[in-house]
Design a protein around this ligand. Sequence first.
Ligand SMILES: [Ca+2]
Ligand SMILES: [Ca+2]
Ligand SMILES: [Ca+2]
Length: 180
Amino acid sequence: MQEPHWVCATNLLGPSVFSLGATGFIQQAGSVVNDYNGDGRSDLALFDNNTPSTGSGQAGAWYIQTLSGTQVLWAASWGWPGAQPVPGDYDGDGVSDIAVFDQNTGAWSIRTLGGSVEAWGVSWGWSGAEPVSGDYDGDGLDDLAVFDSNTGYWYIRTVSGTILVWALPWGWPGAVPVGE
Ligand SMILES: [Ca+2]
Ligand SMILES: [Ca+2]
Ligand SMILES: [Ca+2]
């Protein structure tokens, strides 16, 4: 279920698009970045990327709480040392999912906070590729995207496997892709 939210917009298409003068607010379906409990507010999320040296802590664990201190997720194991967190709303329910990109293999693994696995070890990328998840086809579901910082090429597919772009040149060696 998509949580509607309001965005500030300008009447670029003409004054009749909405009746609030030159600028107003329009309702748009979509999700707030890093909103893990669906309340429309971004939450504080941590991913433990360290191998514990003392026996305490847990590598690859996620810890999430709201700004007001409500615990959303505590020590949920989804990842490992060397995994890169790439959260997003990959199933389009309006709530961010926890996801990692394996910098060693280029594999993506995604699950909901409730524990449903959306993708496990899906190969899209390679060692050294830069993951840049986002909704590139506008269907409300975040997609798997990587940027090759050696060539400046983009590679994007949906979670279900439809290839959106393959080796699309946009960038140059050393450019830094900016995700959501
Ligand atoms: Ca939230
Ligand atoms: Ca989701
Ligand atoms: Ca999409």
